[in-house]
Design a protein around this ligand. Structure first.
Ligand SMILES: [Zn+2]
Ligand SMILES: [Zn+2]
Length: 82
């Protein structure tokens, strides 16, 4: 009997998540989608600079408005649900 993943319901040996085959890019894309789905973040239409850390973000990044300016998903963990 093979075990199934409790997240994807695939057999563990077929599950990218269990086998750690999800690339950092895929993980970042997933995080962005989750942020946008929350309704508190928007998709960036233009590239810009994160107001918190100064990193450039590209089109399609998740961004959220703060008094200091637009903050990108690079700082999602830091700004949280503020
Ligand atoms: Zn899994
Ligand atoms: Zn940032």
């Amino acid at each position: 009997m093979s075990e199934r993943c409790d997240r994807t319901d695939l057999l563990v040996e077929q599950c990218a998540h269990c086998r750690n085959l999800v690339s950092p890019e895929e993980e970042a894309a997933r995080q962005r989608s989750a942020l946008v789905a929350s309704g508190k973040w928007l998709r960036a239409v233009h590239k810009g600079k994160c107001a918190r850390c100064g990193e450039w973000f590209g089109e399609g990044s998740a961004i959220t408005r703060r008094p200091s300016g637009w903050i990108s998903d690079c700082c999602a963990d830091a700004v949280g649900d503020e």
